[in-house]
Design a protein around this ligand. Sequence first.
Ligand code: FES
Ligand code: FES
Length: 157
Amino acid sequence: MTLIKFKLNGIDCEIESDPSLRLLDVLRNHFKLTGPKEGCGEGECGACAVLLDGKIVNSCITPLANVHMKEVTTIEGYRETNKYQVLKEAMEFENGFQCGICTPGMMIAAESLLSKNPHPTEEEVRIGISGNLCRCTGYNMIVKAVLRASKKGEGIW
Ligand code: FES
Ligand code: FES
């Protein structure tokens, strides 16, 4: 057992645990944050995506040890930000919201992209969300929503 300390959605927290546990399981089972979802469980689909020090990671392949003294943001924390509001409104406008399995990861991927590149091209958006899979969509509405958010959110990213 190891004491792991980190910031979770802006709040200092710690957990005495096996450091090899998957971050996804710790978030969902211990902290009851069920926004990150388990899709493939092997780092391929992005349903479990969270931000680690602002960068997107797949929490299903991230050991708890990796978050020690770092900052984790899940969709629950991101939801409290102005950026989320802008992105949410753009997703609603473009009918970009899909199911509850893929959407949290898509939102995290969009945030990760826009925080690095506030004015992405369409191709850059497609590349930015390419780690997030959905078998039900052609992605076009999501791409349009991210482009719309980048315009509507001028100055906040
Ligand atoms: S569940 Fe983690 S990448 Fe698919
Ligand atoms: S996986 Fe969510 S809508 Fe396809």
